[in-house]
Design a protein around this ligand. Sequence first.
Ligand code: F6R
Length: 607
Amino acid sequence: MCGIVGYIGKKESLPILLNGLRRLEYRGYDSAGVAIFNGEKIKQVKSVGKIENLLKKTKTENIFGAVGIAHTRWATHGGVKEINAHPHADCTGKLVLVHNGIIENYRELKTKLSAKHKFISETDSEVLAHLIEENYTGNLHEAVKKSLFQVQGTYGLVVMHVDHPELLIAARMGSPLVIGIGEEENFIASDATPMLAYTKKVIFLEDGEMADITKDSVQTYNVQDNFVSKQIEEIDWDEAQAQLQGFPHFMLKEIFDQPTVFKDAIRGRTNMEEGTAHLGGLNMTAEEMKNINRIILIACGTASYAAMVGKYAFERLSGIPTEVDVASEFRYRDPIIDEHTLVFGISQSGETADTLAALREAKRKGAFVRGIVNVVGSTIARETDGGTYIHAGPELAVASTKAYTNMITVLLLYALQFGRSRRLSLATGQRLLNAFLEISEKMQKILSQNEEIKKIAEKYKNSQDFFFLGRGINYPVALEGSLKLKEISYIHSEAYPGGELKHGPLALLSSEFPVFAIMTKNQLYEKMRSNVEEVRARKAPVILIATEGDEQAKELSDEIIYVPKTMELLEPLLNTIPLQLFAYHMAVILGKDVDRPRNLAKSVTVE
Ligand code: F6R
């Protein structure tokens, strides 16, 4: 959600900045802009829509120079218009900045500044440019610092000024910023992907910190404006990982990544001899683990459906009462938490504002707070007192797929670890681990049905509504299948536990209303079968996910997708994949922008 890229060095900055913005496209945006110092003045180019529009404009604008900043904007304050796109300048045009986040007291500040300053946009961000101008007496660092003390809200901010052509100033409060360290060049961006082609060495800014960046140095300061020495970290994602690798869309590539990244999530984390998992990042003593009497899993969207699978696993394997809380609800309901509560925040981006706020609240109330996160060095990863990376690699499609399966994998490993430290037998632990070892191959088998699943999507492309039904551990799978379909193909769909159908939703069913039902061979098979019979009796077309070898299931279905048998707790790792593929093909067939669906952002850093 909004992306920042900055460059200071000796090279031509425009291609670096535009390529950087492309790497951040996954965050979602509706306009983009760039500002470059050409040795005399700062020149800006902005455009609404895709980065390609910006690129076209820069070709006619003669914009060049070795110091620059760029931004993709996702509209919050002010419509999608060129004047609202970043960068924003002060009255003189000498100071230019890009900003992510929200300035909450911008109205008040704008009223005060309006007497002397001319505003041209409707944004909260422009206020920052004029405020810094107001406070500027020759020292840019001082002016930025003073201004930030007058601001309430969140920011990831990068400022440049004609009087200080060798300097970029960055500041962070609530919106992530990463500095890339190069040779006679430095970078700044909302995450590390824009700089991966140039450097793997990065510094993560923390909330309250500022940095003065030149081409040869990076000076970082804490909230009291004292110099702080920051650790330079090495990022291990390479650029190729973030590319399409021959797939037409990132979503399809990421669906097909699942057998590989699943292995990455379990590698080195299991112990077959003891039938358990070892997730070192938990950072809890055996005594502390024993004293936990409640687990809360906090997440949003797809991550919350992964959490629902986690609830089943924790309760079944460890016997610890486990709740799932949608982060945006948790933070406002005064939850009951004590020092025996373990809270996991589950997030692909590690930046989701609601999840972050909920975790801070849980921490304040004394819980053990841990993260299950994909993006290395993200805010949730750093603010929690431990946790585990899910190792899904860069997920660039807005719709989450491989991060979801890897979140489930890590939750299952945690559930196993807690289970084995309590009531779970060695034999059951080992059985689960053996089943784990077969998952990657079984995922591959499902992916080999891609073409058949595409044909099913083709057949139902004119349907206006879908139901997704599942029971037990497959209810979250139904929720996830339904979310995938609606978010990328914009088709209305709803998910229900099979048993709920007759309590109302059944009234909607007709021959025009296809129903996906997950009816794999587990302890609820017969129950689910009855639900499918109810659907058939209303003449609704039935698309079944069934276990290989279940010949009877054919009689109940109009379409059938077979999945290999696995242990019930692991079923979501397999059963979700056909639903991801179905949603993907439906969106492609309907001509939708699969990787960047309308109105959605990859990283939701506002409440
Ligand atoms: C749906 C999707 C979203 C995210 C949600 C949480 O495909 O991707 O529902 O799961 O916005 O995001 P993270 O996991 O980054 O906290």
